[in-house]
Design a protein around this ligand. Sequence first.
Ligand code: PMP
Length: 308
Amino acid sequence: MQSGIDSSLAREVSLIDYSLAHLDGHFSDPNAVKILQTHALHYATSVFEGIRVYNGNIFLLEQHINRLFNSAKIIGLSPSLSTNECADVLIDLVTRSGLSNAYLRPIFFLGGDDLGVFAPNNITRFGALIWEWPSIFGESSNKVGISLSTQVPYRRPPDICMPSEAKSSAGYLVGNINRRQAVANGYDDALMLTYEGHIAEASGANVFMVKNGRLLTPPPKGILNGITRQVVLSNLPKGLFCKETNISYADFLTADEIFLTGTAYEVMPVRNVDNVKFKPGAVTEAISKIYTTLTQKQLDDGDQNGIN
Ligand code: PMP
């Protein structure tokens, strides 16, 4: 610890002149200060989106941009560009990349200079990445399903402890730790419980169960109310209804089918929860088919990438 700094917990320390830095074994890396002088890296003051591009078209761009800006507002970031400008950047990025099926990652994050917690004058920066990402768990996963473990260390924080409406970097720490534990135990993903012990969500997806021809899903409290979840709920197969309700672990294990929804996961069947097995069934298949049709539909509807 630097001498002269009294117990740094007692006061904010703001170091503006970063004359020397060390990064990954190098004292002279020209990127060291640039990378390290980022408030978001230290305090998770960032929000982002994950958006799929299908056949060169950005799927549900308006919904994702609205959530991105709402997330920024919720955690107190001040974007310097408008929703339309943000959309233009993303459309441009897709065009420049030449990719037709890809994943887009726009992010707002608090930059330097001030690396104190408060940092009232730091600016909100914007960045976006694009990469090819065909299937999150491999090509066969949407046929055979993935495995989920509830034997993970942390529950989802309730809304009074973390704003779950915001897709914030801070919100991902619990999912990240849990997923790493699940994978270490031989599972594909973690299935997290709410603070109260009800079924919540996977590390990057919402969850549904089918029982006796009815669909059930947890209410959007203490979970991210996913855009895919909302699209699935608004486009159910004819005659199928969904009830948003608290689901206990015991009830969940009695499901006929279980599936996950998310931008990256799309509609993903689940083949086991802990050591209880499930089979991808007709309801999951029907919902998956509708979702796939919607992702392709934009093509026929013309350019839907504009923000209204
Ligand atoms: N829950 C969590 C924790 C997530 O990270 C995601 C992915 N954004 C989802 C649910 C699904 O959200 P969406 O359908 O908007 O991708």
